[in-house]
Design a protein around this ligand. Sequence first.
Ligand code: ATP
Length: 194
Amino acid sequence: MAKRIGLFGGTFDPVHKGHQSIAEAFLNSGFIDELWVLLTPYPPHKQTGNKASYEVRLEMLKAAFVGFKNLHIKTIENSLSKPSYSFFTIRYLKSQNPEYTFYFCMGEDSLAQFHQWKFYEEILNECALLVAERPGADHKDVEQKITEKTYFVEHTPLEVSSSHIKQKIKSGKPIDNDVPDSVSDIIEKEQLYS
Ligand code: ATP
């Protein structure tokens, strides 16, 4: 059987326990053999605000996923043309690995917005979606042409998001429950988000 690859993209600013948990859910779903985590560069129009550099986000991502079997972190979007559109990334990865079957993985909140993504119909022509539950999101209003190409993955959702973590740091609240220790060490060392 062809190797099945899940592609899971994000800005991971910072990566958190919700990302670890959803990655675990994709890997245990039985749909994929490997998960490729794609670190996305910020698009030029989103350069302002409280953002960590690509390099530091990569350092945090590597720290968070140490020991995760069959998970690979990929920086390919940093070398493809920008802004990064998932469709072009998928097409590129398929051209490089024609023997693999790809699934595009996301949290349920992203599915609700998916019809607003550039080239979303083209993405659906390239691969199926794997979607894991996320608090505050549901898919009852998602168009059928999307849901018919979607597989839902069981996941016990964690109430955590990167933006909430940044707010907590800004207001001096602890983030120990939200990120692994290795990531909070980097946040502290680099004095991020304060
Ligand atoms: P932000 O708060 O800035 O929106 P985020 O926490 O959603 O950030 P991203 O890097 O944008 O982090 O997310 C990458 C992917 O991880 C998306 O598909 C998103 O749906 C998913 N995701 C993030 N947090 C969770 C969570 N707690 N549970 C399930 N999926 C999540």
